[in-house]
Every structure is written in C-alpha cells, then in structure tokens.
Design a protein around this ligand. Structure first.
Ligand code: UDP
Length: 458
C-alpha cells in the first residue's frame, strides 16, 4: 500500500441510490483522514449509473456479482425475494475473490465496511481476519425498533396503541416502519434486509450509523451499551457542511440524469423562500389519484414549485394538468437535490421522508411537509414533526389520499404562518448543530477520527 495511506477500507454498498450515496460520501471522509477507500457495488447496478467523481479523488471503484452481471432480469426486478436469494448465494464468494484479487495486486484490505443489508459480508471479513464494520443507512431509532422485533420483544401484529422503546420518543403504531403495521405482511422478504442484520451484529467490530449524535442522543447511548456504535453522519457532501473536503460538492454517482442548468437557472430569479420543492426520492410511486391531488394542491396554493416527477411516474399527470402546472412550476425528471435545497429561494420541501432526503433538509435548514410512502419514512416523519419540530405531517383521508385542500393548507402553514416561522428558526438551529458535528472536533468528526486511529493500529 502506498505510504500515504494509514489503512485500506472496502466499502460494500447495497445497490440503490439511497444506499450508495452515504457509502460514497463516507469514502470521501475516510480519504480526508488518509485512509484508502475502495467503493464496492454490484456489476448489475454499476451498468446503470452515471459517475462524476471529483478529478482529484483517489477513491477506487470495484464490483462484485449479485448473480445478474448482465442486468437484473424482469422476474427478479419485480420480486426482490428472487433477487436477494441469488445475491446472497453468489455475493459471499464474489466479495472473497475481490479481497484476494486486491491482496494479489499489492493493495491488501484492512477493513470491510458493509451496508447492514449485506450482513453476510461480516463473515467474509472474518474469514480473512479483517476488521468488519456494519454501516446502517437508517436512524438509530429505526435500528432500535428492528432490534426489538428481532429479539421477539416487539410482537406482531401490533395490538398496543402506544409503543415505547429505550431512548425513542413514544410511538403510535402508524409511526412504526410501515412493514410492521401499515403494510404488515405485505413485504415479508424485506425482513432479510431489515431484521436479519441483527443475527450477526455481534461479530462486527464497529457499528457505524449515518446519523448524528445530537439528533437522537438517548437511543445512541442505549445502543452503545450493546455494540460499538458510532454516529458518523450526515454523509452529505462537505461543501454543504464543513467545507473541509475540496471539490466535494456533489454525490457523484447517480441512477438518473439531473437537469442541473434548467433547475438552477429557474431558481435564480425567484424571491427568497418563495418556492416549494417536491420530491419523493428514487423509489416511491404514488397512485394516479394521489399525484393529481398533489398537482391541484400545488396549483391552488399558488406558490412557485419545483417538482421532481421521475420518468416512470410521468403518465400519472395528464396534459391539461401539466399545462396548468407549468404556469407557476417547473417539473423535472431528476434534479441536483442538494443544490436545490441549499438555494435561498426554497421555502419548504414536500418529501417522502427518505432518510437521506430528511438528513439533507435538516443539514440545510429547510422545513418539511411529510408524505411518507413506506419503510422507515413514517418513523422519520414522527421525528421531523414531534422531536426536531421542523415539519408538518400532511394528513390523509380514509382512503389514504392526501387531498388537494390539505396540500394547500400545509404549504400555507409552512410558508406563511407564525408556526412556519418557528419551524424555520428551529431548522436553522439543527442545521448549525449538524454542521458542527462533522466539523473539526464535532461528534461525528471525533467518531470518524477514532475509527481511523483504531483501524490504522490493527
Ligand atoms: N435525489 C436527487 N435528485 C432528485 C431526487 C433525489 O439527487 O431529484 C437524491 C437525494 O438527494 C437523496 C437520494 O436521491 O440523496 C434519495 O434518497 P432517500 O433516502 O431520500 O430516498 P430513497 O430514494 O432511498 O427512497
């Protein structure tokens, strides 16, 4: 290994936008701390993404097999049980071969940092006598909930009206991750990803979390009693936070092509805090009725808006709505979300509450209106509304539809009311706390420095 590196980490990412972004950013933080970082993802995923890493970056990219090197077949794309079974069968061997290959090339690995979804990777690390670090891309509160389920302490179906976990704010059943209540029984194979990581977490030498200590101190302290947990987030590009990593102003790996110039030019001449930014991440897919209600709500609210409607969702908005929408809004298939959130023209963010989007909005001081779609998004929303108090829950009707008048009401409340001003002030407070956490001597910075010091000694 080149003399300038203290150690070499393999960072094995789960193949999804919301999982590759945090891993890639953690690579950049490690490199800043003089650790060689190699990002690993699957060949099938790598074929589908565009990469734009800074020219001065030393991050290497390697791929492993998920059993679908030529592309994920239709059947496996539609049924993640099939996909995961095959991935789990071939992934272990493929990752082992990669570690051997790198060692043979004079670039031996010291530590395997693996997405908690890929929990078998700790056994690969141990087979080679390497340090193994689990990397969680969700909050510690959500980890705590799944751990209680794994231990059989949380029993399903849920019958209580209030649920208490150590260090977590009191939850109602609908605040739990959707797979445990609102969508209970609908996605049983996601247990492999969300609950099984706790089968072998005891083998991990480190448990890293893309969260911030100050956001959820009680539950982090509780988890630390069991495992060597360290919060290292937010994994947001440094130029939006501490600005210590030169040229780190974007994630650099994207499944979709962002309309950069179009969005930034459109935002340029809009008044301060006048725009509603609407985006539901890379996976959420709402019904036609929901998309149309949202569209009419945006039109009725009469604010400017920038709405990300992925290509796969476009047909849900008929031509007459699109025409009316275009009077005050811009609709794009994908945008540079961080740059948009950081723009002073943006006044609020209608979001599905994916953890990356939530952390980005918190890091940039933008109040939110939450429309969770699935998974941990309901639990994130509970924290946005009742713990961090930087957003509103957009209530749905008995059919689960967020109606146009509610959309309008929520936008007015965040953008124009006294309550909205208070939310904005709190959002700024959290933004500053979060920026400090990754800056020199902050909680996440200290945790990363400790991790690096320890793996460098091994
Ligand atoms: N994102 C983006 N442009 C968009 C929409 C989303 O760059 O138009 C990014 C966003 O910044 C975030 C990620 O995609 O980093 C979405 O992750 P999240 O966890 O919020 O949601 P998921 O896609 O996993 O549901």
């Amino acid at each position: 290994m080149a003399d300038q590196w203290k150690a070499h980490c393999l960072l094995v990412a789960y193949p999804a936008q919301g999982h590759i972004n945090p891993m890639l950013q953690f690579c950049k933080r490690l490199e800043f701390h003089k650790v060689k970082a190699t990002l690993v993802t699957t060949r099938s995923f790598w074929r589908t993404v565009a990469t734009e890493l800074p020219s001065d970056s030393n991050i290497s990219i390697e791929t492993i097999s998920d059993g679908y090197d030529e592309g994920v077949e239709e059947e496996a794309r539609k049924n993640s049980k099939i996909y995961l079974q095959r991935f789990w069968q071939v992934g272990f061997q493929s990752l082992s071969e990669l570690i051997e290959k790198l060692s043979g090339k004079g670039c031996p690995v010291d530590c395997v940092i693996y997405d908690s979804f890929l929990h078998w990777a700790v056994d690969v690390a141990k087979k080679f006598g390497l340090v193994g670090a689990a990397f969680f891309t969700q909050t510690c509160a959500v980890n705590c909930i799944y751990f209680h389920l794994h231990q059989g302490i949380l029993k399903l179906p849920i019958t209580e009206s209030k649920i208490l976990f150590p260090g977590v704010t009191e939850l109602e059943p609908s605040d739990l991750p959707t797979f445990l209540y609102l969508q209970y029984g609908m996605h049983p194979h996601y247990w492999d990803l969300l609950v099984d990581p706790f089968n072998n977490i005891g083998k991990a030498d480190w448990v890293l979390s893309n969260s911030v200590y100050e956001l959820e101190p009680e539950v982090v302290d509780w988890m630390k009693k069991m495992w060597p947990v360290r919060t290292i987030g937010p994994t947001v590009p440094s130029m939006f936070l501490d600005k210590r990593i030169p040229n780190d102003n974007d994630y650099g790996i994207s499944m979709f092509k962002p309309s950069n110039d179009l969005c930034m030019n459109w935002l340029k001449d809009k008044p301060k805090a006048s725009i509603v930014y609407v985006s539901f991440g890379s996976l959420a897919s709402y019904s036609d009725e929901q998309m149309q209600e949202l569209a009419w709500g945006l039109i009725d609210a009469n604010s400017y808006f920038l709405w990300v409607v992925r290509e796969s969702e476009e047909a849900k908005l008929p031509g007459n709505i699109l025409e009316t929408l275009s009077k005050k809004g811009l609709i794009v298939r994908w945008c540079p979300q961080l740059k948009v959130l950081a723009h002073e023209a943006v006044g609020c963010f209608i979001t599905h509450c994916g953890w990356n989007s939530t952390l980005e909005a918190l890091s940039l001081g933008v109040p939110m209106i939450g429309v969770p779609y699935w998974s941990d998004q309901t639990t994130n929303l509970k924290h946005i509304v009742d713990v961090w108090k930087v957003g509103l829950r957009a209530p749905v009707d008995e059919k689960g539809i967020l109606k146009r008048e509610t959309v309008k009401h929520c936008i007015k409340e965040v953008m124009e009311s006294e309550k909205g001003k208070e939310m904005k002030n709190r959002a700024i407070k959290w933004m500053n706390l979060i920026k400090n956490s990754v800056d020199e001597g902050g909680s996440s910075d200290k945790n990363i420095a400790e991790f690096v010091a320890r793996i460098s000694q091994q």
